[in-house]
Design a protein around this ligand. Structure first.
Ligand SMILES: C[S@@+](CC[C@H](N)C(=O)[O-])C[C@H]1O[C@@H](n2cnc3c(N)ncnc32)[C@H](O)[C@@H]1O
Length: 226
């Protein structure tokens, strides 16, 4: 399996009308086929970001991909008067022609420009996207775990490909590292509710809850640093 191949990536429309990407080489989608936008809202915004009551929030996303989670967080920051400092890790940035086919932004609110800025902003530096939202994208291989951050994170979106497709992203070392950079009372959320993942999160020191999943998925995981 070669997860590095983006040349054969396909755009597919999911059941809520929003698109996702499909990688035939590993037979894996970027989001739920039952609704990409719906899943991102449910797992990352509702079970993660909304739970954080701070005014200034540091977010870490593992797997920036289409930028959907970053975009929904950006909209949330303005609507709720929160200042978000968003850090995203992505080893395989998408080609421009793919980004232009993503239909997450709404033309009525001119948010297409903002969505595009998330992708055109420079890598490895902090960029001011709106008065409410700063973005730092890093082109790291997250499995290396040999980087350090200036701050800890209040909310962590763990959005790697599924454990059976990319087991190197779902190890005890990865979760120990994430726990070490989670702020006190910080929250990590992921769409994956596998028992082995839940046990690794618990063994890292998180207190873990299974929550009801979005349509098509029974459960998701929400992990809190005690
Ligand atoms: C399930 S997709 C989700 C992407 C994104 N959150 C979205 O909503 O589009 C997983 C993402 O992790 C990225 N990825 C895979 N291996 C990685 C690695 N070793 N380090 C950093 N990112 C990686 C993939 O390129 C892909 O963008």
């Amino acid at each position: 399996m070669n997860i590095n191949r983006r040349d054969k990536v396909r755009i597919e429309t999911t059941l809520d009308g929003s698109v996702t990407l499909y990688l035939p080489d590993i037979d894996e989608h970027y989001h739920s086929v039952n609704g990409a936008m719906q899943e991102s809202m449910h797992v990352y915004i509702n079970a993660g970001l909304k739970e954080c009551k701070k005014k200034c929030i540091n977010i870490l996303e593992v797997g920036f991909g289409t930028g959907l989670n970053a975009y929904l967080s950006l909209l949330y920051s303005k609507e709720n008067g929160k200042k978000i400092d968003y850090t995203a890790i992505e080893l395989f940035p998408l080609a421009e022609e793919i980004i232009h086919k993503l239909n997450y932004a709404s033309p009525e609110t001119f948010s297409g420009e903002l969505f595009e800025r998330l992708h055109t902003s420079c890598w490895n530096v902090k960029e001011h996207i709106t008065p409410w939202f700063d973005l730092s994208k890093f082109g790291y291989d997250f499995t290396d775990l040999n980087f350090s951050f200036d701050n800890t994170f209040d909310v962590l979106y763990f959005d790697a490909f599924a454990p059976d497709k990319q087991p190197a992203m779902w190890t005890q070392d990865i979760f120990d590292f994430l726990h070490g950079i989670t702020a006190e009372n910080g929250i990590l959320t992921t769409y994956c509710a596998k028992g082995s993942v839940r046990r690794m999160l618990m063994s890292s020191g998180y207190s873990v809850q299974r929550l009801p999943g979005p349509p098509g998925k029974r459960e998701i995981l929400q992990a809190k640093r005690k």
